[in-house]
Design a protein around this ligand. Structure first.
Ligand code: LLP
Length: 430
């Protein structure tokens, strides 16, 4: 899976690199990202969008999934855009001269400083609420600048994995609702402000979605709104941004559709609607995060203490945990793993892989069948490329692991391992 191989020495290897050698060089815990797979994923999205929408579409990588300078450089080289949700993500993108016209700035509570930075750098701003609208127009006025904006709409569809519901989704901290007219009055308000240029509408219906139907429904609901704006206000919305959320395979149980299928389904819906209603096809933006980096990352750990509690549970603890991957603790997320030294060994025992934080919930994988583990062996947890490094913390003052990027049989450090010195860097004595 995920292009993992066996090295001549019989160890797990990736991109022609023996992972035990990699551990020898960089230590554990270690985040390993596969540059070829990242670029391939980007290109699958790009090609599919190109096939159905030609030049009339753009992929913007949702950088929250994994945001570093190197990742922004890859996105820049591939010619895609970027979705940022904070001054920090924006700063990272700007630090590698990311083309600002392809940056979309999201967030439900952007600060004055962040908006100021966004206006100065001329990135596109996805307005979330009326307070932000007012603050933004004030900033534009003060700076005598005009901002390109989109509106974050709650389309009334919420999807998670296999299920999706069409309800009043008014109870969400993101965006303005369609059903109570909030979104429509925001359109009118923006059109009154000469310092704001209303380019488009945005929605995001959820994450790790395994069905194409909710995307089709979202496209239809949004297109209906675009049509209403055209009919009632005579204004043409150019951009329709349908967000991200395309599901990936974490374990053998996950069966997401091929990502091309998502785009095909959206294209069908847009085509049909626009033809039927005589609407000009909008420029389509999609914001994949997880589906670009998720399967392109693994995390390597060293196995420490092993605690076999008869008839209860076998704990194998590793030298990382919820500080480098909080997804089990937060969402009971499921992962698969291999023993680096024994990838093909017969799976004879069930283990719970625990971290080393001072917290019972600090678990990485609950109940996974593996070959008999020995202290000192190494474990590779798969599909950790998204929302692991980006959600990591220094709880218990554990330094964050390094991130290495693999390409053509070579490894390159793209984020240095934190040191104890880093841990106390901002501390001041009394
Ligand atoms: N666009 C918007 C507006 C979003 O809110 C998100 C994710 C995305 C795009 C990208 O979604 P993706 O393609 O990566 O599913 N921490 C959680 C995921 C939170 C996602 C939040 N928004 C996790 O670890 O599963």
């Amino acid at each position: 899976r995920y292009n993992l191989e066996i090295s001549p020495k019989g160890n797990l290897s990736w991109e022609g690199i023996d992972l035990l050698d990699l551990i020898g060089m960089y230590g554990t815990p270690l985040y390993v990202m596969n540059e070829r797979m990242i670029r391939e994923n980007i290109n699958r999205f790009k090609n599919a969008l190109q096939k159905y929408f030609g030049e009339n579409g753009l992929i913007i990588y949702a950088s929250k999934a994994f945001c570093t300078k190197a990742m922004c450089q890859i996105a820049k080289q591939e010619g895609i855009g970027l979705d940022v949700v904070s001054g920090g993500e924006l700063y990272t993108a700007l630090s590698v001269d990311f083309p600002t016209d392809k940056i979309f700035f999201h967030g439900n509570n952007k600060t004055y400083d962040e908006l100021e930075m966004a206006v100065e750098k001329e990135v596109k701003i996805v307005i979330d609420n009326f307070d932000e609208l007012e603050m933004l127009s004030l900033i534009c006025e003060t700076k005598a600048k005009r901002a390109d904006v989109l509106i974050r709409v709650k389309p009334g569809i919420e999807a998670h994995t296999h299920e999706f519901i069409r309800t009043g989704q008014i109870d969400s901290k993101f965006g303005v609702a369609l059903e109570n007219g909030e979104a429509f009055s925001m359109v009118k308000k923006i059109l009154e402000k000469k310092q704001l240029n209303l380019l488009g509408l945005h929605c995001h219906i959820g994450s790790q979605i395994f069905e194409t139907a909710p995307f089709k429904l979202a496209a239809r609901v949004m297109l209906e709104f675009i049509l209403k704006i055209k009919k009632e206000l005579g204004y043409e919305i150019e951009i329709l941004d349908l967000g991200g959320g395309f599901g990936i395979k974490y374990t053998a149980f996950d069966q997401p559709p091929q990502l091309e299928k998502f785009i095909e389904a959206i294209a069908e819906e847009v085509e049909e609607f626009c033809q039927q209603k005589g609407l000009k096809k909008p420029f389509i933006v999609l914001e994949p995060g997880r589906s670009i980096v998720g399967e392109a990352g693994i995390t390597l750990y060293t196995i420490g203490s092993i605690k076999e509690i008869p008839n209860v549970r076998n704990y194998a603890s590793v030298d990382g945990g919820m500080t480098d991957n909080p997804r089990y603790a937060l969402y009971q997320a499921k992962y698969d793993a291999y023993v680096v030294e024994n990838p093909l060994g017969e799976k004879t025992k069930v283990y719970t892989i625990a971290g080393r934080c001072c917290e019972s919930g600090d678990i990485l994988i609950k109940d996974i069948k593996l070959p008999e583990l020995k202290t000192g062996q190494h474990l590779a947890i798969l599909a950790t490329g998204a929302y692991n490094y980006s959600m990591s913390s220094n709880y218990n003052r554990f330094p964050r692991p390094a991130v290495v990027l693999l390409k053509d049989g070579q490894a390159k450090v793209i984020v240095k391992r934190e040191t104890y010195e880093d841990i106390v860097r901002n501390d001041l004595e009394i």
